[in-house]
Design a protein around this ligand. Structure first.
Ligand SMILES: [Zn+2]
Length: 143
């Protein structure tokens, strides 16, 4: 099943492909301070596929904090937090903000609390490669 979405203005596109039923997917409420401030509802599944498309690359804003192991992707124009991505050796993994999808109402189940604050840098990167969604970045600006 394919689900499409984007930031509010459409500069950054989000496409999710998954075999799972929307209401059976696990939605996470990460307890880090960034996600709490956005009240972000996160989704990742290593068996799914995500494509993130920079339709307007100049509107793509990256933000990083904490252990600096990933980049938060925010639209510069409309302010929507789209996804968190990890890149390494030309590969990418992501957690998407499930509410960027057009049919977000299908994913309205309560989010499960996630607290990763006790992880170290290596442990965090390894977990993400195992649990985040393999991701294709299209039209993505360098660095
Ligand atoms: Zn936007």
């Amino acid at each position: 099943m394919k689900h499409s979405g984007s930031c509010h203005c459409g500069a950054i596109g989000v496409d999710l492909e998954t075999d799972g039923e929307p209401r059976e997917q696990v939605i996470g409420a990460c307890q880090c301070s960034f996600c709490r401030k956005h009240n972000a509802r996160a989704f990742s599944d290593p068996r799914a596929r995500v494509t993130l498309t920079a339709h307007e690359p100049t509107e793509l804003q990256r933000y990083t904090f904490g252990l600096n192991t990933s980049k938060q992707i925010i639209c510069r124009r409309c302010g929507v937090y789209v996804a968190m991505i990890l890149t390494e050796d030309g590969r990418a993994w992501s957690v998407i903000n499930i509410d960027t999808l057009d049919n977000r109402a299908l994913f309205s189940q309560p989010a499960k609390l996630r607290d990763y604050s006790s992880e170290d840098r290596i442990g965090r990167i390894e977990r993400r490669k195992g649990q985040w969604t393999p991701t294709t970045l299209v039209g993505w600006p360098d660095s």
